[in-house]
Design a protein around this ligand. Structure first.
Ligand code: NI
Length: 255
């Protein structure tokens, strides 16, 4: 069986010195590709350098994370625009996050829109981080319908209705991770009404480890735990989940 982790951070500081072991464990678990989400200039080079070392299985994204948008966002954005695009599979993670602060709300919106335009001009999919900003997100997505964007909402925790609404504006998928396995997670109900051909697997490691590892450092090798849970909820075999989500990821990210 083959799996793809469509959103992870294998070069995160929490893996320092253990990156090779963590990647080897993922490969051994059947996770053939890992998509590395970009955050900002403080972490970008470590991520790209790990990806260069593992060209066949680690693929970089490029983008400015909404939580990193502050006074210097224009400078950060220009770093993104002039970065080497070799091997880049998506613009991400980009989006809106009003959860911890709305201080730079307007700047977040501007940075998000600029990066959607960038994705369109580079003909790349987008990997979106969205938290507590659904209405602003939809007004931006509606305003960019002419860009024919494609991509996914990573760590999706919305409703099947929200996904349906999004699907009107382009070619969209949802990224499903460890939260699916958490007790009382709303997404476990909602995912039943989102078709398997629109679902991607992801860890967002080192965060959001699935049950029974909740609270521990997460890693890509735990993708099959999430897949198993999804198979149960969908009433299909683990093989079917592996096959469908791998096909979806290969199609969207052109791997
Ligand atoms: Ni992330």
């Amino acid at each position: 069986m083959e799996f793809i982790d469509t959103h992870t951070h294998s070069s995160d500081k929490s893996y320092e010195g253990e990156e090779e072991i963590v990647i080897a464990r993922a490969l051994a678990a059947g996770v053939s590709h890992m998509l590395e989400a970009d955050v900002d200039s403080s972490e970008r080079e470590a991520m790209f350098s790990l990806c260069r070392k593992h060209r066949d299985c680690l693929h970089p994204m490029l983008g400015l994370y909404p939580g990193s948008v502050d006074r210097n966002w224009r400078e950060e954005l220009s770093e993104v625009e002039k970065h080497d695009r070799t091997g880049v599979v998506a613009i991400g993670e980009i989006g809106l996050d009003y959860h911890f602060s709305i201080e730079f709300k307007e700047e977040q919106k501007e940075a998000f829109l600029a990066q959607l335009e960038l994705a369109s001009s580079w003909d790349l999919p987008v990997n979106i981080h969205l938290r507590d900003a659904t209405e602003d997100f939809f007004s931006i997505i509606a305003s960019t319908a002419n860009l024919h964007l494609r991509g996914n909402l990573h760590a999706f925790s919305g409703s099947a209705e929200t996904f349906k609404r999004l699907s009107r504006y382009g070619d969209w998928y949802v990224g499903i991770g460890g939260v699916l396995t958490f007790k009382n997670a709303g997404i476990a109900e909602e995912i039943k009404n989102i078709p398997l051909d629109r679902i991607l697997l992801e860890t967002d490691a080192p965060y959001l480890a699935p049950t029974p590892h909740r609270g521990e450092r997460n890693e890509s090798s735990l993708i099959p735990v999430i897949a198993e849970k999804l198979a149960g909820l969908k009433g299909v075999s683990l093989e079917e989940v592996a096959e469908a989500t791998t096909k979806n990821a290969k199609q969207l990210f052109a791997i």
